[in-house]
Ligand binder design. Structure first.
Ligand code: KG4
Ligand code: ZN
Length: 341
């Protein structure tokens, strides 16, 4: 089944085609992402109304481009999946409206996909994918969650952030040192040349039991360190390194505990921060030490994309699930309420 996937929940327009006739990476026939970063940069964050309008401008050309790359015509599409939430309501409505209308016009089923389930299942699009049960670490700009995956569609929240998400902490920390939006990837780049140990920040909430996170205090620690420093380029790098090490260690400690709690040794990692090199290396090492493995999507499928939506939707459509004719946009949506496959 060839499924067109559409992602428009925030500041990336993503389109892809996934074909369930092949498994793993071979099923992904084409995918394209248009990022609105330049549009929002001058405001220092995403402006919802501008995001919606840009999705309107970019979505149809991107669908044409993706179909061309896959060597397909619209009439080859057998199902349409779109991000129904969580996200910015106006942005979601653009993708939902186009997706639902296309499916209706083509007389094929449509399904609204949970954005975080998309992220969570993205590592399964790669070759040699693990089978549930496993633990998922979801680390994006809006979410930091540890989820026990008993089966595809059956998710139990083990822990989450009580304040800032990991990506948000990266972005805010970058901003306070003067890096342009979205600073996460740039902060990670600076950290590569920073000296470890020059700045040592705390590993929040690791000194007590539990699987919840808190990252907002870390940002304050960086702010104080930055204010009291010489603010040189080298200092910026050293602080970036200290901050990244603190986040990576904290995530690794909690992932280890989550694997213990769930009684398994397979960890999957997804969401934008999953592209972070040091986090990937640390989690691989941690899982190997305990005889398990850590699985990630390729970096381009960690951040928002249409492929994960096409894939998650394709799994559900192939299992016979689909929506009615309603255009669904659910800005807040608990993943635990999803139907098992
Ligand atoms: O999953 P995503 O693309 O969008 C959301 O659903 O939020 O995640 C975006 C987040 C941003 O906060 C961004 O700064 C962060 O992921 N991010 C990174 C890296 N690449 C993206 N954070 C740290 N290191 C990276 N290499
Ligand atoms: Zn996302």
């Amino acid at each position: 089944m060839k499924v067109l996937g559409i992602e428009s929940s925030c500041d990336e327009t993503g389109v892809a085609v996934y074909d369930t006739a092949s498994s793993g990476a071979a099923g992904l026939l084409a995918h394209a992402v248009y990022s609105q970063i330049a549009l929002h940069a001058e405001y220092g964050g995403v402006v919802p109304e501008l995001a919606s309008r840009d999705h309107v401008r970019k979505l149809l050309p991107l669908i044409r481009q993706t179909l061309d790359e896959a060597g397909l015509r619209l009439s080859d599409i057998e199902g349409v999946a779109y991000t129904a939430g969580p996200g910015l309501v106006g942005a979601l409505l653009v993708g939902a409206g186009v997706a639902r209308a296309l499916a209706w016009g083509l007389d094929v089923p449509a399904i609204g996909v949970h954005h975080m389930e998309g992220h969570l299942l993205a590592p399964l699009m790669e070759d040699n994918a693990p089978e549930p049960p496993f633990v998922a670490l979801l680390v994006s700009g809006g979410h930091t969650q540890l989820v026990a995956v008993d089966a595809i569609g059956r998710y139990r929240l083990l822990g989450e952030t009580l304040d800032d998400a990991a990506g948000e902490a990266f972005d805010k920390t970058a901003k306070l040192m003067g890096l342009p939006y979205p600073g996460g990837p740039q902060l990670a780049k600076l950290a590569e040349t920073g000296v470890p140990g020059v700045y040592k920040f705390s590993r929040p909430m690791t000194d007590r039991p539990g699987l919840d996170f808190s990252f907002s205090g870390l940002k304050t620690q960086v702010l104080l360190a930055w204010r009291d420093s010489d603010q040189s380029e080298q200092t910026k790098m050293d602080i970036a390194r200290g901050f990244e090490d603190a986040v990576v260690d904290t995530l690794a400690i909690k992932c280890g505990r989550a694997l213990d709690a769930a009684g398994c040794d397979t960890l999957i990692v997804a969401g934008g921060v999953g592209a972070n090199k040091r986090l990937r290396a640390k989690l691989v090492e941690m899982c190997e030490k305990r005889g398990g493995r850590a699985c990630f999507p390729r970096p381009s499928l960690c951040t928002d994309n249409g492929a994960m939506i096409a894939f998650a939707g394709a799994l559900r459509l192939a299992a016979g699930q689909h929506d009615d004719l309603a255009i669904r946009a659910t800005p807040r949506w608990d993943m635990a309420t999803l139907q098992a496959l």
